[in-house]
Design a protein around this ligand. Structure first.
Ligand SMILES: *Cc1c(COP(=O)(O)O)cnc(C)c1O
Length: 395
């Protein structure tokens, strides 16, 4: 017996739900790659990406996923043998560090905790000990999608300056851009990167990088530069060079539609919507956790991300039956637990094109699964979520 016919609810932290308007924008013939409207489209997208990163610096669009944008960020500012400090708080900064290592950088990990955010004080202490200034760049994620943590990038930027260190700050904003505030220039971020398929509500396939003034200076002498990723090659007036070849036309049409939707709603409203739906999710999980079988992965309440909530089982039991129940019986696809809690938890995404019925529907199904599988849980999770939203979204 199942109740899963109808639209499947994709509740994984990327790719996220693609709005109908974004899908529709792609349903058109290809255009001449030298046509005027395509040039105008590119100019508008690059300007709007810088607006979303909140930088006066230039943005770049790559035909790539987030892993590609990682490589773009690294190769444009670093040289073989440079030391890179990775701030651990989950899985993704470590993955970025692995890429740096393969490219020939010396990678040092500032050890973190899969259940906590990066501690800015620890960053300051490590940098102060680097009297010779060997660390050239610092890699950190704003939201780590595996652990469900949000890092305080502003405080990390301040810690770097307080240590009097001039390492470049490189930030992964794949799971946070256009979902929560990001202030590239004001926070002292030198390079920021993201991808199309999370908060930006566009199909996977575009990687974005924004470069600040100090990054551009480092770029002049970086020897990891390579033809496809190179900023200088993409900086000229020739439109074809902005993509190092044929533009990903249909993804650009899609991105235009998605950015139009975000601007129409207003970024501040988008951030508030994410915060409200994330908090509703946390209210539900908080109530369920009283049954002692499941818990938030992130132990500190103020370090939990507004785009994904990671839940773990307390006795290390597999969460696969719950994930399977939600998908097979009800048509809700939850994220699996990654990293330290692999298999022993699940993740609820609340990122991108989401609204109250999607999140409340997802939470209802999780609560239904907890009951159907007789997993001990506190009652009233869904009610707590509804009551929170009713109070926070007045008539
Ligand atoms: C999804 C994600 C990535 C990787 O993006 P891909 O497009 O899968 O390569 C990197 N960092 C974070 C924080 C992510 O959430």
């Amino acid at each position: 017996m199942t109740v899963r016919a109808g639209r499947e609810f994709l509740s994984i932290p990327g790719p996220t739900v693609i709005p109908d308007a974004v899908l529709a924008a792609m349903h058109r013939p290809a255009v001449d790659i030298y046509s005027g409207p395509l040039v105008v489209l590119t100019d508008s997208l690059l300007a709007d990406l810088s607006k979303i990163f909140r930088t006066q610096g230039r943005s770049y669009i790559y035909i790539a996923n987030g892993h590609g944008a990682w490589e773009a960020a690294l190769t444009n500012v670093l040289s073989r043998g440079d030391t890179v400090l990775v701030l651990e708080s989950g899985r993704f900064a470590l993955g970025w560090g692995d890429a740096a290592s393969m490219l020939g950088c010396e990678v040092e990990i500032l050890p973190g905790d899969f259940r906590r955010a990066v501690r800015p004080e620890a960053v300051k202490t490590r940098l102060k000990a680097d009297a010779k200034g060997e660390i050239k760049a610092i890699l950190v994620t704003q939201i780590d999608t595996a652990s469900g943590v949000v890092n305080d990038i502003e405080a990390i930027g301040q810690a770097i300056r307080a240590a009097g260190h001039d390492a470049l700050l490189l930030v992964d904003a794949v799971a946070s851009l256009a979902c929560m505030p990001f202030e590239m220039d004001a926070w002292g971020v030198d390079v920021a990167m993201s991808g199309s398929q999370k908060g930006l509500m566009t199909p996977p396939g575009l990687g974005f990088v924004a470069a600040g003034a100090r990054a551009r200076e480092a770029h002049k002498t970086a020897n990891l530069r390579s033809p496809y990723w190179d900023w200088t090659k993409r900086d000229g007036e020739v439109h074809y060079q902005k993509y190092a070849g044929t533009p990903p036309e249909h993804l650009l049409f899609a991105l235009r539609a998605a950015l139009d939707m975000l601007f129409e709603e207003g970024l501040d409203n988008v951030f508030i919507r994410h915060r409200l739906l994330a908090e509703a999710t946390r209210r539900a999980v908080g109530a369920w956790a009283e049954g002692q079988a499941i818990a938030f992965n992130i132990s500190e309440a103020d370090e939990r991300a507004d785009t994904v909530t990671a839940v773990i089982t307390r006795n290390g039991e597999s969460a696969q039956p719950l994930v399977d129940y939600c998908r097979e019986k009800c048509g809700v696809v939850l994220g699996r637990a990654l990293g330290a809690s692999e298999g022993k938890g699940f993740r609820i995404a609340h990122m991108g094109h989401i609204n109250a019925p999607m999140i409340l529907g997802t939470l209802s199904v999780v609560e239904m699964a907890l009951a159907a599988l007789s997993i001990p849980h506190g009652k009233g999770g869904l009610t707590a979520a509804i009551e929170y939203l009713a109070k926070s979204v007045p008539a």
